[in-house]
Design a protein around this ligand. Sequence first.
Ligand code: PLP
Length: 445
Amino acid sequence: MTELSGIIDQYKNRTPESARMHTRASGLIQGGVTSPFRYFEPHPFFVARGKAGRIWDVDGNEYIDFNNSYGAIIAGHAHPEIIKAIVEQAEKGTMFGIPGELTEKLLQELLRRYPSMRYFRLTNTGNEATLYALRLARAYTGKDKIIKIEGSYHGCHDAVLVSDKPLHPSHMGPAWAPSTIPESAGILPDTVKNTLVVPWNNTDALEQCLNRNLGCVAGVIMEPVVANFGMCLPAEGYLQAVREITRRHNVALIFDEVKVGVRLAPGGGVEISGVIPDIICLSKAMGGGMPMAAFGATEDLWDMLYPLGDMMHYGTYNGNPISVAASLACLTKVMTDQAYTHMNKMGEKLTEGIEDSIRRHGIPAVVTGKGGMRTVFFQETIPVNYRETLGNNRDAWYKWWMHLLANGLYFSAPSPYEETFISVGTTEKDVDEALQKIDDAFKAL
Ligand SMILES: Cc1ncc(COP(=O)(O)O)c(C=O)c1O
C-alpha cells in the first residue's frame, strides 16, 4: 500500500513555486485563498493557464481538469468563440450601467431553454440568484419561512448557510426533522429561525414540516439533482411529489440550478425531470466562464418585480456587457446539441471506467452522478440523502484524490462532497488518460 506521506511528498516536490506563492499569500489573506473551498493540505497549487480540458500550474505541471471551476466552465478553458465575444465587447466598452443590445438575445436564449419560465432577471452570482429567489417567494406568498434540504448548499447568505454540512450527529436532530444549524459565526439566530430543514428524498418529512408550520412557509428551495453533498439523484417520482405537495400548500417551489442548469441538459433539471418549479436560479455554466447568474419565474410571478410590483432587485454589475457577451456565445455558439451529446458520452465512459476499476481492485467505493457530473464515495452504497454520506471514508478519499492530483488529474475540487464537471473541451484522450490515473490510484489504495 502506498503511504499517504509518500503521495504528499510527490505532490510537494512537483509544486515548490505553488508552495512559495501560498506562503506569501498566507501573510496577506487568511489561509492564502479567497474562498475556503480552495484550501487543502499541504497547500493548494496555483494555476497559470488553461486550454480546453487541461490546466497548467505555476510550476509547469499539466493537469486534466475535471473541476472546471466548480462547474463554471462548460465550454472548456479559453474557448475561441468566447474569447472572441469578450474581446469584441471589450473593444466597445466594458461597463455602462445602461441596457445593451445583447441582453435581449441572452434572455431569449434562456427562455428558449426554459420555456416554462415567463422571465429571467440577470444578476452576477449564484448567491445573488438564490437570495432574490427567496425574496421573490416571500413577496409572492406574503409568508416568512423557507425550507431547505439538509446538507445542501445554496450560497453564503444568512438565510441558507444553514445545516450545510453538519458533521456531528449529536447536533443534527432527528432524521425526519433535522435541526437548523447556522454554519458561520455572525449569522443571527433571528434570521435562521425562518429556515427549516428537511431530508432529501423524503416527501413524508416535507409534508410533516409544512403541516407543523401551516400557513408560514413561503418556499421550498432545492437542487433538482443534488450536487452539493456529492451527487445525489432524486428518487423516482420524488420531484413530482414535491411539486404536488408544494402546490397543495401554496408554497413556491424553487429549483436552485446553479450547478446543474444548462449543464445536465440544455434546459437543466427542469428538462430532465419534467417538473416545473415556480422560481429557478441559474449561474456557473450559463456564464461561459464569466460572473453571470439569473433568477426566473413563471407567469404568475411576472408582476411581482419593480416597476410592475414592489419587489426590488438591484446590482451595478447586473447584465454587464462582457458577461452577457460571454454567456451568449457559450449558450448559442458552443453548447449545441452535439456538445451535450459529447459531454454525456464522455461522462458515461468515465463512470463505466471508474466502476470497472472499483470492481477489479475490490475497493469499498461507489460512483454516482449524471451527465458530466459524478462523485466517488468511499462507502458500500450510493447515498440517498445527506446522512447516508456520513459513512464516506474521508481518509481513503483524500489519499485517492491526492494520488490523482500528484499524477496530473484534478478530479474534483478538494472536498469529498464535490464532483467532476466534464466540459465540452474534455476529449476522449483526456478520459482515457484520466481512467488510467484513476486505476493507478485505486491500485495504490
Ligand atoms: C447549488 C448552488 N447554489 C448557489 C451557489 C452559490 O453560487 P456562487 O458561488 O456563484 O455565489 C452554489 C455555489 O457553488 C451552488 O452550488
